[in-house]
Design a protein around this ligand. Sequence first.
Ligand SMILES: [Fe+2]
Length: 198
Amino acid sequence: MISATELDRAETLRFDPLTGIIAGRAPTSRYLVDVGAVFADRQAYTQLVVKNPLVYEVTQVEEHNGDGQVHYGLGIIYPGKVGSEYFMTKGHLHEWRPAAEVYIGLRGRGMMLLEDERTGECRAVALAGNSTVYVPGYTAHRTVNVGDEPLVYWGILSSAAGHDYGTVGERNFRKVIVEKDGRPVVMDRDEFLRELEA
Ligand SMILES: [Fe+2]
């Protein structure tokens, strides 16, 4: 039997898929200075950080905790680039490494970088409106806006997952997504860094 306590968790939230805002909830805003260390082109970063544009916002719904509960959040990444590297999230692993996550694209054109922490294998997959991405456990994930309008998406995961930003912050992802001839291209970070130095 479902207890009244469980039914008390039932809720309706209203959200706007165009703005990425959940009614009545304040987003966490990440400006370039907050995200900066992840971008490869340090010269382009130094030039753009003077303006410190808003890169992305996330509104987390995390009040249900404990066995069987889920957390979910609405993200919006604004269009833009640092040099030729598209605006993106910092990226993270889950503290509870086996925890998977489902991303649901609502608007825009994006990609996700997925990197298996155990093997180092890194893949890019598409995340756009009307599509989902399954992020397996043990996988660092970063969302990238490769379009010219905001990229809006949900992420849904176990309440026990937790976020580990530090590990990704230290070593970053092995691949970058950069614009070449007006199109997004996935490159090895080391190769891109060599291009920047040349
Ligand atoms: Fe996640």
